[in-house]
Design a protein around this ligand. Structure first.
Ligand code: HEC
Length: 150
């Protein structure tokens, strides 16, 4: 008789354990991980391409001229506010002062940083100075570009 009680007790214990385990089943994990998309940050700053030395880069000079100069200077021989650049390089320029100068790199450089130092005859001295706006390398680029406009 004692043995039956023991078996019944073990049976009840097993039932109780099974019921206890069953309770864990409705524990459903909720998804919580959210991955924020990384914002794009890479910006490509245009690396300044510098020519090896001395000589300017005509392509860069063309871009600078288009941004700063072509409202007043044509490259096709027509006169706008200022003289055309076509054939300028190496030509003889008559000045308001009565002098004649050769349009070499020095003259062109001076005309850009100090436009009123030598004024092309027949034109108003209204060109703005680019001193402090264009650096020497950029001016060399523009001179290289003007050289190509023959
Ligand atoms: C607002 C109009 C204007 C702009 C903008 C301008 N220029 Fe001029 N430029 C003139 C005038 C007008 C002259 C002629 C009078 C003089 O010699 O200063 C001249 C003269 C020159 C000369 C001398 C040419 C010659 O035949 O003697 C050069 C070189 C020159 N400019 C380069 C430039 C460059 C490079 C830029 C841009 C970075 C520029 N200019 C922007 C009006 C302008």
């Amino acid at each position: 008789m004692k043995r039956h009680v023991l078996v019944a007790g073990v049976f009840i214990l097993v039932l109780a354990l099974a019921a206890g385990c069953g309770g864990d089943d409705d524990d459903t994990p909720s998804p919580t991980a959210t991955s924020a998309a990384p914002a794009p940050t890479a910006t490509t700053g245009g690396a300044a391409t510098q020519p090896p030395s001395g000589e300017g880069d005509a392509e860069a000079g063309k871009a600078l001229a288009q941004a700063n100069c072509i409202t007043c200077h044509s490259i096709d021989g027509s006169t706008l506010v200022g003289p055309t650049w076509k054939g300028l390089y190496g030509s003889q320029v008559q000045l308001e002062s009565g002098e004649t100068v050769t349009a070499d790199a020095d003259y062109i450089h001076e005309s850009i940083v100090d436009p009123n130092a030598k004024v092309h005859k027949g034109f108003p001295p209204i060109m703005p100075t680019f001193n402090g706006i264009l650096n020497d390398a950029q001016i060399a680029d523009i001179i290289a570009y003007i050289k190509t406009l023959q």
